[in-house]
Design a protein around this ligand. Sequence first.
Ligand SMILES: Nc1ncnc2c1ncn2[C@@H]1O[C@H](COP(=O)(O)OP(=O)(O)OP(=O)(O)O)[C@@H](O)[C@H]1O
Length: 260
Amino acid sequence: MTHDETLISVRDLKIAFGPKLIQQNISFDLRRGSIFAVMGGSGCGKSTLLKSMIGLLRPASGQILLGGEDYWAQNEQRRTELNHRFGVLFQSGALWSSMTIGENVALPMEMFTSFSADMIHRLVKLKLGLVGMEHAINLMPSEISGGMRKRAGLARAIALDPDILFFDEPSAGLDPITSARLDELILTLRDGLGATIVIVSHELPSLFKLADDGIFLDAQAREPIAHGAPRALRDHNTNPTVVSFMNRAADLSSAPQTRG
Ligand SMILES: Nc1ncnc2c1ncn2[C@@H]1O[C@H](COP(=O)(O)OP(=O)(O)OP(=O)(O)O)[C@@H](O)[C@H]1O
């Protein structure tokens, strides 16, 4: 695995909802094998940036280059092909409640590959095995815990062997121990699958442990005010907003969880 190869280049991106500017002047390179953190206070536009990177929201201007190909300049068919390189895990795990865990993981393969039913079944077992959930293949999402649903969501996110994984608040609603286990799993997947990961998270312990690069979006300035690994920002950045975010979030991270 080389950390020097750029997988995605974001160039001078501007994201907005109609006339409402969310962020501008966003530029960064996502290096293969890295875990890239999108940081910033509530409402600054982290999820919106993620949405523009996975094809859900067209940016107002700027470019997202995948291997030199300008994602948003492609037609819909090409963008759909490129989307298969992305695996996405949303906050809730977002499983279909009327399908078993196995059926949830099988769904992307049924939709986007011509694999036989037998092959899909074997792959589903393999993916669930990777996240330690093979035993839950026939259970419904309502029958398993929040942490297990996250892991099942992860198995579905890697169903099509994506090389880039996007996680939006993966540990939201999880207790600290389950959250730490999810962190370990994310590292295992990065090392085992050679995946590149973009993560949005408020959990500073997770970010310090996982991320080796990142960007800090400021809600007031409506543009990034810092670039670098969370640990480096914590230890060396002097911007008052960044310093206060890192310290406040560190205090909050030891407070009882209220979400989920
Ligand atoms: N569909 C939408 N239409 C208009 N404004 C929106 C829409 N979705 C989000 N916003 C606004 O865009 C801004 C950024 O939202 P976003 O969810 O990206 O922030 P965030 O940094 O991920 O926040 P949080 O950390 O609280 O999840 C917010 O002001 C939000 O109200």
